[in-house]
Design a binder for this molecule. Structure first.
Ligand code: C2E
Ligand code: MG
Ligand code: MG
Length: 383
């Protein structure tokens, strides 16, 4: 049986039953670990999370409710299948309790159950209830179902589209479009982030080359993860990709979030300098959420500063947000950076930013993230 890559923990104090359930799940491709007590289950889950937990509700001294509370405190996203010899009402109230704790609890299974019944219960888990696993992401990369959308960046002085930010989404046939927040962190934990970054860069550069080929001289921005910044091959790879798509390096902006850029200043500085020397533009993203030292900000070779949307979105009715935004704009300009505001959701904010001298903006007020083709339509309409 092929591996499905999902990690499961089977919690049961009956060693025979535990082994039986474990082997059945192994046959279904799960990576299984067994626990005989709540304490053991806690240790296993602390070492490595699981996507599926089979939980016997009566565990000698302790009961499954302790583990449900622990899982809730951990913020576990696992699909939990409660099993017990108690009558259905007890099972149902335990399931209800788990759900009230914010957990994903499946329809309980009453002991004794046959292997076919357990199999059915596992098959019945709706895919959207299962947290995404690293193996799913690897498969998504292999199936080429990561898609890129482009949010226009608008020049505030004349309203023209001057660039677009590439934002990745995972187009899962069963779950629909999964937002980056649900899988970038997962990718960053391992080697997949390199493949992901390459894939997004490749698609974004291809799209940009197509827009420019039709006479729209705009640039494209790509978000770069913390981990990619420790990869000494990155500058060479980016250069090779831009060359392959026939794009001048100035057409590409790499966005690095402020928290990441300032974490390991020395390594980051070396890599950013090598990218800048090759002619790529660099943007410091989500500015205002990290703790930049002004000296370091001055020394880092950024060309653009992006104000975090937490300051931008409400600045037309929040005096503090407006003051901070105004200060960031003058700081950016004093350092010779182009200043972009993200998260502009209304016309009042766009107008306020223009008056403050902010150079560019993006946000729902102008456009959502569009397909490459939709962006072309937008460019054709506005010139
Ligand atoms: P980010 O780089 O700060 O991207 C801006 C996010 O704000 C995007 O969310 C965008 O859709 C959203 N947004 C745009 N306009 C508005 C607005 O007016 N109001 C509000 N409330 N939100 C707006 P998205 O696409 O979900 O991306 C979230 C984050 O995921 C990005 O934040 C970026 O850090 C990361 N990300 C996205 N694509 C990639 C990628 O290809 N590689 C890496 N490493 N990270 C990526
Ligand atoms: Mg960004
Ligand atoms: Mg941002």
């Amino acid at each position: 049986m092929s591996k499905n890559g999902r990690r499961a923990v089977v919690v049961d104090d009956d060693p025979l039953l535990q082994r039986l359930v474990c082997s059945l799940m192994e046959r279904r491709g799960y990576q299984v670990r067994g626990a005989g007590s709540v304490a053991q289950a806690r240790d296993l889950l602390a070492a490595e999370p699981a996507e599926v937990i089979i939980l016997d509700l009566a565990l000698g001294e302790e009961d499954g409710v302790d583990l449900l509370e622990h899982l809730s405190a951990l913020g576990s996203k696992a699909a939990i299948l409660p099993v017990s010899g108690f009558d259905r009402r007890v099972l149902r109230s335990a399931a209800h309790l788990g759900r009230a704790l914010g957990l994903t609890v499946l329809e309980p299974l009453r002991k004794p159950f046959t292997s076919a019944q357990l199999g059915e219960a596992l098959d019945a888990i709706p895919p959207e209830l299962l947290p995404v696993a690293e193996s799913d992401l690897a498969q998504a990369l292999a199936d080429d179902v990561l898609v890129v959308r482009y949010q226009p960046k608008v020049n505030l002085a004349d309203g023209r589209v001057v660039g677009a930010e590439a934002l990745v989404r995972w187009n899962d046939p069963r779950r629909g479009l999964i937002p980056p927040e649900q899988f970038i962190g997962l990718a960053e934990g391992g080697p997949l982030i390199h493949a992901l970054t390459q894939r997004v860069l490749d698609q974004a550069l291809a799209a940009c080359a197509a827009w420019r080929g039709l006479g729209h001289e705009i640039g494209v921005s790509v978000n770069i993860s913390a981990r990619s910044l420790s990869d000494p091959d990155l500058p060479g790879q980016v250069e090779e990709l831009a060359r392959r798509h026939g794009l001048p390096p100035g057409a590409l902006t790499l966005e690095i979030t402020e928290t990441v850029a300032m974490r390991e200043v020395d390594t980051t500085m070396k890599l950013l300098t090598r990218l800048r020397l090759r002619g790529f533009a660099l943007s410091i993203d989500d500015f205002g959420t990290g703790y930049s030292s002004l000296v370091e900000l001055h020394r880092m070779p950024f060309s653009e500063l992006k104000i975090d949307r937490s300051f931008v979105t409400g600045l037309d009715h929040d005096a503090d947000a407006a003051t901070i935004t105004r200060a960031i704009i003058s700081l950016g300009h004093a350092l010779g950076l182009s200043v972009v505001a993200e998260g502009v959701e209304g016309g009042g904010v766009a107008e306020a930013l223009r008056e403050m001298g902010c150079d560019q903006a993006q946000g729902y007020h102008f456009d959502r993230a569009l397909t490459a083709q939709e962006l072309l339509g937008r460019l054709a309409a506005t010139g």
